[in-house]
Design a protein around this ligand. Structure first.
Ligand SMILES: C[S@@+](CC[C@H](N)C(=O)[O-])C[C@H]1O[C@@H](n2cnc3c(N)ncnc32)[C@H](O)[C@@H]1O
Ligand SMILES: [Zn+2]
Length: 169
């Protein structure tokens, strides 16, 4: 288990993208596809961005929320927490992983510690397959995020797996 530190993580702008290719997705807009066969448990690509302090992150989040108001295709806030002191703004041009779409039957997951976030394979993935992970959106405002992932058990909305049962109620 990781312990929350307050160390400033090094920013990785030289990301190894050799296992992926960005292209037109059947799910939504652009997506990310396996450029080679990938084994279960393998790190696929590092999920990177601009390292900012919590204070800077709050300001950015407010601005992003204002911008995304009423724009359904806009993910809203592009910030994730790294540790006690620093967050990452991930909607940056050198983060190809930002194009990975949500899937209700994901072949990837995010794994992280206080300094890095990785996209990891949940199962063996064949070259050419689109990558997807569970965005883990909470159930609030579920109807604002329709899901087009195409999985046989897709619930029609982007909602975290652990809360999907609530949608049937
Ligand atoms: C971080 S972007 C993913 C990349 C996006 N496809 C693009 O071209 O910019 C997140 C946005 O993609 C769309 N998206 C992602 N997964 C989706 C899915 N399973 N069904 C429908 N739209 C999805 C939503 O609009 C979401 O807000
Ligand atoms: Zn779905």
């Amino acid at each position: 288990m990781s312990v929350m530190s307050d160390k400033k993580p090094e920013e990785n702008r030289n990301v190894d993208t050799s296992k992926v290719v960005v292209g037109k997705s059947r799910v939504h807009g652009n997506g990310v596809f396996a450029a080679c066969d990938i084994a279960k448990g393998e790190k696929v690509i590092e999920y990177v961005g601009r390292v900012v302090t919590k204070k800077e992150a709050d300001k950015i989040a407010d601005e992003q929320l204002e911008k995304s108001n009423g724009h359904k295709d806009c993910g809203g806030v592009y910030i994730f927490e790294l540790n006690k002191k620093y967050d990452v703004e991930w909607n940056v041009e050198w983060n190809s992983a930002r194009y990975i779409n949500h899937s209700c039957e994901p072949n990837c997951e995010t794994e992280g510690d206080d300094e890095h976030v990785w996209i990891e394979a949940l199962r063996d993935i064949k070259k050419g397959e689109e990558l997807g992970y569970d965005y883990c959106y909470d159930i609030d405002n579920w109807d604002e995020h329709p899901c087009e992932c195409g999985a046989s058990d897709c619930v029609g909305y982007i909602v975290a797996e652990k809360e999907r049962g609530e949608l049937g109620k």
